[in-house]
Design a protein around this ligand. Structure first.
Ligand code: UDP
Length: 241
């Protein structure tokens, strides 16, 4: 078995770190992601990671509390930093110390200020690099942050992990049993077919950066590993299987 990529940017949502509605984390989920990342790194894959914040807070919840969107977005960015630290701690608990958390927001005690040159060097040295804080700007998403970081670290692919959907369909497969699954798509297809893969800013940036994007289901035994070895059915955007 051969790794399909040398360097990837793996984007997982915050929701992927929990299962029930009550807790923000589930031990088994964190441990499973950490284990797969360690194994893949030991097998030679260079991994940059972006984790969302949706298990803790999303900016669009601002209205429900009568808060201003900008403060709420910064709260969301802070949530992504919590998630980055949770994953860092999970990796270290498994005796894997080559992990570096970079943040777009300045939080000097527990993160390092983001620097793409240093991040590339660390990746070369076998470090898992976690990019926290999204873009560092309100009104953006971690999908956009992931796209920018993938371009900047010169990732072979941006792996967009979904939870329970194997890729991109023309309609919601949970509602429409005849939904059509797409194996290959172009960025133009995303726009013309109005496909909800990532937000439009992230899609535009990914197109401009000529990124290879793969949308896959991370739920399932070793699915992140299977994806890295090209052994999982997935949707390939701007790239061949
Ligand atoms: N966010 C932001 N700017 C960014 C990235 C994230 O303002 O560059 C905020 C935004 O409020 C968002 C929240 O952080 O709702 C959590 O990120 P996201 O919704 O992308 O997380 P996910 O849904 O992937 O878990």
């Amino acid at each position: 078995m051969e790794l399909k990529f040398k360097r990837v940017l793996l984007k997982i949502s915050g929701e992927a770190l929990k299962s029930g509605a009550d807790d923000i984390y589930e031990k088994d989920k964190l441990d499973d992601v950490a284990r797969q990342i360690i194994e893949l790194t030991n097998e030679g894959l260079q991994i940059g990671l972006v984790i969302g914040g949706g298990n803790i807070w999303r900016g669009k919840l601002a209205g429900s509390l009568g808060l201003h969107r900008i403060e709420a977005d910064y709260m969301g960015m802070l949530a992504t930093i919590m998630n980055a630290l949770a994953l860092e701690a999970s990796l270290k608990k498994m005796d894997f110390d080559k992990v570096k958390v970079y943040s777009s927001l300045e939080i000097k005690t527990v993160t390092t200020a983001y620097n793409y040159r240093e991040a590339r060097e660390k990746l070369e040295q076998g470090y898992v690099t976690i990019f926290a804080g999204g873009t560092g700007f309100s009104y953006f998403t971690t999908d956009t942050g992931a796209s920018i970081r993938a371009i900047e670290i010169e990732a072979d692919a941006l792996l967009m992990a979904k939870n329970g959907t194997k890729g991109v369909y023309d309609s919601d497969p949970n509602i429409n049993p005849k939904a059509k699954f797409y194996k290959h798509l172009s960025f133009d297809d995303l726009v013309s077919k109005k496909l909800q893969v990532m937000d439009s800013t992230a899609a535009t940036l990914s197109r401009d950066g000529n990124l290879n994007v793969v949308v896959f289901d991370m739920n399932g035994h070793n699915n992140i590993k299977k994806m890295a070895y090209g052994e999982l059915e997935a949707t390939y955007i701007n790239t061949e299987e």
